[in-house]
Design a binder for this molecule. Structure first.
Ligand code: NCD
Ligand code: ZN
Ligand code: ZN
Length: 425
């Protein structure tokens, strides 16, 4: 039996009220919470007034193993997640081999369990190679523990494939998660089709490539009753469609990524591929719509879409660079700094978007509250000290983010998984 006593932590109670408490952890569980606990412990950790929350949950990360270990590994990705304050993530299946069979899924799952310092749920693909029109054995993959099904990185191009996937997913009560991209509207685009793509002379991606496929899927989601989750939602039309679908009783949920909340195409400072990701940074009106959608509950949660790439894949023109931005070490901090501190959102809302909703929608066993008897997955954040993001500090192999140099609050102090300290600043 080991015990860890956290002294002088701030816990959020209703309406952003903070109360100072001590928390005692015994083995993997929270044993006691109270005012100045006078207890012996193997280790005492003085939080010095830092915010203590349940560990954050990110339902959209790319850990790149197996197949692309030069970009990230399960070890580096999960340690980066711990540095961001995350204790549970769901990892995407755009790997090599793609987890599209029970064997390939189990191979990734055992690597996740072996090398991960946090809890890692694994997505299975909807179809092999992420592009096959033939749907995988969703029943067998669900029985093997796939958290949900997605071809993230690729849109499902035909209604027939999507409808079949939905019918199989509804039978096992697992979500279908969609990267929305109609390839017939992509036109080799590398950034959003709009004023900025014209100014930079770069080919644009029509935002209709996302919303038209969403409209198609929502109709089929209603017909099948499937739990349908929109990955990295980015356009104003998509927000409107999800809003209407929810009113119609479709079992739809949606995530938005920090970069689509905080940046738009007008922030792209030239042919700088650190701003290249999929979906692309959209127009200012789209950014305003995703913020409004998050605040009114149309969008349920935040997910980082942590997409690390090697420096050489990003140090080139938009035309040849890889799509993607790293995010797991800066997401809570950027959103705390730019949404909570200025009063656009409350801390309680941010924690709902980064803990409660992801756990609920994906039916995870991760704790969403700090309570006696609960699993000790926790994170401590310093809300007071300003910090400037540097490339050198990243634990991830990927340093591909335009937020390097930004000043943020909310640096992670300590992350605890199953009662064990897995990250300390
Ligand atoms: N978002 C990205 O720009 N890239 C992701 C793929 C994806 O999430 O679609 C990647 O795997 O690099
Ligand atoms: Zn995607
Ligand atoms: Zn992704």
């Amino acid at each position: 039996m080991t015990t860890l006593l956290i002294k002088n932590a701030q816990l959020v109670v209703h309406h952003d009220k903070l109360i100072q408490q001590d928390v005692l952890i015994q083995d993997t569980q929270i044993k006691a919470i109270g005012d100045e606990l006078k207890l012996e412990a193997d280790r005492v950790l003085d939080a010095k007034g830092a915010l203590l929350t349940p560990g954050l949950i990110d339902v959209h990360v790319h850990f790149r193993e197996p197949g692309f270990e030069y970009k990230e590994t399960i070890a580096t990705g999960s340690r980066a997640a711990a540095r961001g304050g995350f204790t549970t993530v769901a990892a995407m299946p755009n790997l090599d081999p793609v987890p599209a069979t029970v064997d390939t899924l189990q191979a990734v799952q055992s690597r996740n369990a072996q090398d991960g310092v946090i809890h890692i749920e694994q997505y299975a693909a909807i179809s092999d190679g992420l592009t096959s029109p033939e749907v995988d054995d969703i029943k067998a993959l669900a029985a093997a523990g796939a958290v949900a099904f997605t071809n993230d990185g690729k849109g499902v191009q035909t209604a027939a494939t999507m409808l079949q996937a939905m019918k199989l997913a509804v039978a096992v009560d697992k979500p279908i998660v969609t990267h929305l991209e109609d390839e017939s509207l992509m036109a080799g685009g590398v950034m959003n089709l709009g004023q900025r793509s014209v100014e930079l002379g770069l080919p644009g991606i029509d935002s209709l490539a996302e919303s038209t496929q969403l409209a198609r899927d929502l109709v089929m989601a209603q017909a099948t009753g499937v739990r349908y989750h929109v990955a990295h939602l980015s356009t104003k039309e998509s927000v409107a469609l999800v809003r209407i679908a929810k009113q119609l009783g479709v079992r739809v949920s949606a995530e938005v990524s920090p970069h689509h909340l905080l940046l738009d195409e007008t922030d792209i400072d030239g042919d700088n591929a650190l701003f290249k990701m999929n979906p692309p940074l959209r127009a200012p009106q789209d950014r305003a719509a995703v913020i409004a959608g998050l605040l009114d509950g149309t969008i349920d949660m935040v997910a980082t879409d942590h997409a690390p790439h090697a420096t050489a894949e990003k140090e080139r023109s938009f035309l040849g660079a890889a799509f993607g931005i790293t995010g797991i070490e800066t997401s809570f901090q950027l959103l705390y700094t730019h949404l909570v501190r200025p009063g656009i959102a409350t801390l309680e809302q941010l924690l709902t978007w980064m803990i409660v909703k992801p756990a609920e929608v994906f039916q995870l066993k991760a704790p969403t509250v700090i309570e006696v008897g609960g699993q000790a997955d926790l994170a401590l954040f310093d809300l007071e000290t300003a910090h400037t993001i540097t490339a050198e500090e990243f634990v991830s192999k990927g340093v591909n983010t335009p937020f390097i140099g930004a000043t943020i609050y909310g640096q992670t102090v300590t992350t605890i998984v199953d009662g064990q300290v897995v990250y300390e600043a």
